[in-house]
Design a protein around this ligand. Sequence first.
Ligand SMILES: [Zn+2]
Length: 364
Amino acid sequence: MAEEEKQLEEFEQIDFLKDRHVRFFQRTLQVLPERYASLETTRLSIVFFALSGLDVLGSLDVIDKDLIIEWIYSQQVLPTDDKSNLGRCGFRGSSHIGIPYSTKGPGVLHPYDSGHVAMTYTGLCSLLILGDDLSRVNKQGCLAGLRALQLEDGSFYSVPEGSENDIRFIYCAACICFMLDDWSGMNIQKAIEYIRGSLSYDSGFGQGAGRESHGGWTYCAIASLCLMGRLEEALSPRELDRIRRWCIMRQQSGFHGRPNKPVDTCYSFWVGATLELLGVFRYTNFEKNRNFILSTQDRLVGGFAKWPDSHPDPLHAYFGLCGLSLIGEPNLRKVHPALNITQGAFQHLQQLHQTWRSSCGQQH
Ligand SMILES: [Zn+2]
């Protein structure tokens, strides 16, 4: 009997609780615990985790898509009549500075209002996930806002006032240019030089030159180069092999982000997707990876935490799902490893690009 119970416990431990995760993301869109108050300025990224999570779960039908599309457009920083704020355009994270609700231009001039590169990235992704055609995105504003954020060394700030500058924001910028099908938003060559300069002695990528290798930065570096279509031009076959090796060595049970650190759910995506982009993910141990991710699943409220027996949060809930999707968990939609949205949302984007290109051809 005791033996049977033990077996039952083990069986239950690897059960994937899909309905709980759907409810977790529904709640994320409706109401958040007080401890999230400090994340108000980046609320759009939390909305993205919930929407893309529901998309991976094949459950977008539980939300009112049109309502959320309108809210996302209300966060677009649009050019003013005199276009004096072009370098500040993009998407902001929420209505925290009190700009009146509006989904139409012209923009309102406010000294502290500007887009944030990660909000523009997650805003555009969210619109695609919801099936929007991006026709109300002010592309010229987004691209001008992006150009204003790139530094001489090729890296990007997140906001015009200045912030940390590193490969994370190059990745966001690459996603924006890729989605808008227009690379005039950045100097690609300089960005590639910054990425190359961040390759560390042990063949992972750091936040910048001379910094410690890290799974998250390595993902941003490789995914950016893939989106640019410049992976094999920027890195030699020997360098790519060494990067593959550094990434494969990050698997313990799940993956960690740096040597001698504990495994963490989100790296099943950051490192897993990098290995997928580099064509060698199949050489990792899927079963150990799956067991670790599921050990961080919250069986009561849904979602995943970074570690077992910890509180789930939207970021780890989303990347836990993406990690499971990469290893082919049944009933989960496939994720595009470089753009970090489902393959379905990616195909929708490709169709939009085709439409834009053919209408552009007709004009000339
Ligand atoms: Zn994490």
